[in-house]
Design a protein around this ligand. Structure first.
Ligand code: DON
Length: 310
C-alpha cells in the first residue's frame, strides 16, 4: 500500500483543530516551551518512498519512543531470555510513570519495557562502560539502523538537563528496583543515559523509518536486516499491548496498528499486511497531548488514515 502526499495534507488540515483540545507536557520544563499547535506526519510507503505533510521536518525529542530502540538494542545484544528475565511483557493499565504495580508484583519485576520502570530497567542493561560509552553505543546502534553517520544522531542537551534535574520519580523507581535486585549499578548513571536517550532528536521522517524497519520484520527499505525477525515481532507485539500505556486498548480498537508514543507528541506506528496496511512506517508529531500523555491530533490522524484504508 502507498499513501499519497495529498492524503497526508488532508489529514493535517482535518486534524489540526484537535490540537487545541490537548496540552503540551509541562512536567519536563523544557518541553513546556514547545508550540502545541504543531502537527506533522510522514509515511515510508510499501515501495520505500517517503511522503509527508505539515510540520514533518520539525525536530523534536523522541522521549518514550526511545524505549523501543533501547529494547531493540538489548534484545539484539543479550537475547530475549536475558531481557525478559528482568522485565515482563504484560500491559499494566496504569499511567506510564506509575510505581503501583512494582510494589504489587512479587518478586518485584517491572511489568513491561514501555512503562518507565521497565524502560529504566532496559536502560540499565545497555552494554558499555559508564554513561558516556553506553550512550555512544546506543547512538551507534541508531546510526546503523538508519544507515547514517553516528554524528548525525544528536540529542537536545537542554531537554536532557531539564529532565535530569527534575526526574525524581524516575530516580525513585530505580532506587526501588535496585533495593529489590531488579537492577544493578549507579542510579545517576542510568538517569544520565535515560534522560539523554529521551532527548534524542528526530523528525516525522525518522519515526516513519523506525516504523518501516519494524513493519518489514527488521529490514531497512534497502533490504538490510538490522533487527532480527523475531525481535521485530516481539517489539511490535509489545507496542500493540503496551505502547500507548493505559490507552493501548483504545488505540488497538480505534487505530489497530502497533504504536509507540512519547510525551513530546511523537508516535511511531507500523502498518503490516496482517493489518491491511502493507509494510509501511508512520511517524507523527503533535505535541498537544491528551490526559494519558498521547498526541491528541496525532492519534486522530492515525485513526482516519486507517479508516481510509479498510
Ligand atoms: O520518563 C519520562 O518521563 C520521559 N522522559 C519519557 C516519558 C514519555 O515519553 C511518556 N510517553 N508518553
Amino acid at each position: 500500500m502507498n499513501v499519497t502526499q495529498e492524503e497526508l495534507e488532508a489529514l493535517v488540515a482535518e486534524c489540526g483543530p484537535y490540537t487545541v483540545q490537548g496540552q503540551v507536557a509541562t512536567y519536563i520544563p523544557e518541553l513546556a516551551k514547545v508550540d502545541g499547535g504543531l502537527l506533522g506526519i510522514a509515511v515510508c510507503n510499501s515501495d520505500g518512498t517517503f511522503v509527508s505533510a505539515g510540520d514533518a521536518e520539525t525536530l523534536f525529542t523522541v522521549q518514550s519512543v526511545s524505549k523501543i530502540i533501547t529494547l531493540a538494542f538489548v534484545l539484539e545484544t543479550f537475547g530475549e531470555d536475558y531481557v525478559f528475565s528482568r522485565v515482563g511483557m504484560e500491559p499494566t493499565g496504569d499511567a506510564f510513570n506509575s510505581i503501583a504495580k512494582l510494589e504489587e508484583t512479587v518478586p518485584t519485576k517491572p511489568l513491561n519495557p514501555m512503562i518507565n520502570a521497565g524502560a529504566l530497567a532496559v536502560t540499565s542493561m545497555l552494554p558499555g562502560d559508564g554513561a558516556e560509552d553506553k550512550f555512544d553505543r546506543l547512538r551507534g546502534f541508531i546510526a546503523d539502523l538508519l544507515d547514517i553517520e553516528v554524528e548525525m544522531v544528536r540529542f537536545d542537551p537542554e531537554v536532557a538537563r531539564s529532565e535530569y534535574e527534575t526526574t525524581d520519580l524516575n530516580r525513585a523507581l530505580l532506587y526501588f528496583m535496585r533495593h529489590h535486585g531488579v537492577i544493578e549499578g549507579d542510579v545517576e548513571e542510568i538517569i544520565d543515559v535515560y534522560t539523554k536517550q529521551c532527548a534524542i532528536l528526530t523528525n516525522c521522517r525518522g519515526l516513519a523509518m523506525m516504523g518501516k524497519i519494524l513493519s518489514q520484520s527488521g529490514k531497512t527499505p534497502a533490504g538490510r536486516q538490522v533487527i532480527s525477525r523475531r525481535n521485530a515481532r516481539i517489539i511490535r507485539a509489545i507496542m500493540t499491548t503496551c505502547g500507548m500505556y493505559d490507552a493501548s486498548g483504545e488505540f488497538a480498537v480505534q487505530v489497530g496498528l502497533p504504536g509507540k508514543s512519547g510525551v513530546s507528541g511523537a508516535i511511531v506506528a507500523c502498518g503490516r499486511s496482517d493489518y491491511d496496511m502493507g509494510e509501511i512506517g508512520i511517524g507523527v508529531f503533535g505535541p498537544a497531548l491528551d490526559m494519558k500523555g498521547n498526541s491528541i491530533a496525532g492519534t486522530k490522524m492515525l485513526e482516519l488514515l486507517v479508516q481510509r484504508h479498510p
